[in-house]
Design a protein around this ligand. Structure first.
Ligand SMILES: CC(C)(COP(=O)(O)OP(=O)(O)OC[C@H]1O[C@@H](n2cnc3c(N)ncnc32)[C@H](O)[C@@H]1OP(=O)(O)O)[C@@H](O)C(=O)NCCC(=O)NCCS
Length: 175
């Protein structure tokens, strides 16, 4: 019996062509509250907890852009600039900067808000590379990026340079 896969994210690409999109169209914002189970006994939120949310929001952008399944292949330039504390509201903003064949670079910025004082602090940044997969789990075409303004063009060029660096690093670490 043939199984029917009803997951739309694993059932794409053969049936329709995904149009190019601007970075704005796929951008995402996620807001989460930090609880004691997310932190060490002193109240500092674990880096791994923040990474989980970074990966999650970047995945939303990647799948919105590709309208397909997409997985993380690398995370780099992860900077925890300031601490995040229990009780803070963590806001993560993510946008796509660069697209190659199947891969794409997503930039994430994390900001913590102290609800009582209203003070907002940029606490972290990261770049996450995703790869679009077809229904067989193989890398497949990622839709092109529509660069609408100078910021999009600048981020695309910078993303291209970073991606070239990643591939050099990948080659080195695989030999
Ligand atoms: C995604 C996956 C199928 C790619 O397989 P692969 O054999 O590396 O495929 P390729 O060598 O053809 O690379 C596919 C694309 O990924 C890019 N890529 C692979 N590793 C990369 C890395 N470390 N950094 C940046 N880009 C990378 C390649 O440059 C290529 O991009 P392009 O198509 O735009 O030119 C495979 O690596 C995989 O399944 N990884 C696990 C993904 C996962 O489970 N993530 C969740 C976290 S564990």
């Amino acid at each position: 019996m043939n199984e029917i896969n009803n997951n739309p994210l694993q059932n794409n690409s053969e049936n329709f062509t995904i149009k190019a999109k601007s970075p704005e169209e796929s951008s995402a914002e996620v807001i989460v509250r930090m609880f004691p189970s997310d932190a060490n006994p002193a109240g500092n939120v674990f880096g791994g907890e923040i990474l989980k949310h970074i990966d999650m929001v970047a995945g939303i952008v990647a799948q919105r852009h590709s309208q397909s399944n997409a997985v993380t292949v690398s995370m780099d330039s992860v900077n925890f600039i300031k601490p995040v504390f229990v009780g803070n509201v963590l806001k993560l903003n993510a946008r796509i900067n660069y697209v190659h064949n199947s891969s794409m670079e997503i930039e994430v910025r994390a900001e913590a808000e102290d609800i009582v004082t209203g003070i907002k602090t940029v606490t972290g940044t990261a770049f996450v590379t995703f790869v679009t997969l077809d229904k067989n789990g193989k890398p497949s075409h990622t839709p092109k990026l529509l660069l609408k303004n100078d910021e999009d063009r600048k981020k695309f060029e910078e993303g291209k340079i970073r991606m070239e660096g990643r591939l050099k690093h990948r080659k080195k670490s695989n030999t």
